[in-house]
Design a protein around this ligand. Structure first.
Ligand SMILES: Cc1cc2nc3c(=O)[nH]c(=O)nc-3n(C[C@H](O)[C@H](O)[C@H](O)COP(=O)(O)O)c2cc1C
Length: 138
């Protein structure tokens, strides 16, 4: 079982957040996998989950939208949302709301947002989220 960090990113900003989350998880002793949303094929071996997307036209990007539509009940799975944005940043909230609807246990609320490229403070928040997700993985 491992921490799964799914992302969809157009210019690498949300991806940088994903990598920081996984770094935090592995530094805390868990296994972690960063998954590009286009390669996602299920959460069978995932003990805690982070899903991120940047915001486009006030919405999540399409691959993450599709994953959220296809996920089944998460039955208390520890989970969190994150993402980079330019000015309004709705996508992480949309992801978090959907995770809640799917009965995930939301680990960070409000979700982590980075305006443009994530700076050191946000990357530290991401690493800290990774450590929290790792704690939930036996
Ligand atoms: C076509 C387009 C639409 C966008 N729409 C929004 C938006 O509605 N709200 C917002 O906050 N940012 C918006 N952005 C900005 C991106 O979310 C921002 O550049 C973000 O840092 C990209 O992160 P990424 O590299 O992870 O994709 C838009 C960018 C583009 C290119």
């Amino acid at each position: 079982m491992r921490v799964g960090v799914i992302y969809e990113s157009t210019r690498g900003r949300t991806k940088a957040m994903a990598e920081a989350i996984c770094k935090g998880a592995t530094d805390a002793g868990a296994e972690c996998v960063v998954i590009d949303a286009k390669d996602f094929n299920g959460i069978t071996d995932i003990c805690a989950l982070a899903i991120g997307s940047s915001t486009r036209m006030k919405r999540v990007l399409p691959k993450v939208k599709q994953i959220l539509a296809e996920l089944q009940d998460l039955n208390g799975l520890p989970a969190a949302a994150y993402g980079s944005y330019g000015w309004s940043g709705e996508a992480p909230d949309e992801i978090s709301d959907k995770l809640q609807e799917l009965n995930a246990e939301i680990i960070v609320n409000p979700p982590i947002k980075a305006k443009d490229y994530p700076g050191e403070a946000v990357l530290e928040e991401c690493r800290s989220l990774g450590a929290k997700l790792a704690e939930r993985c036996p």
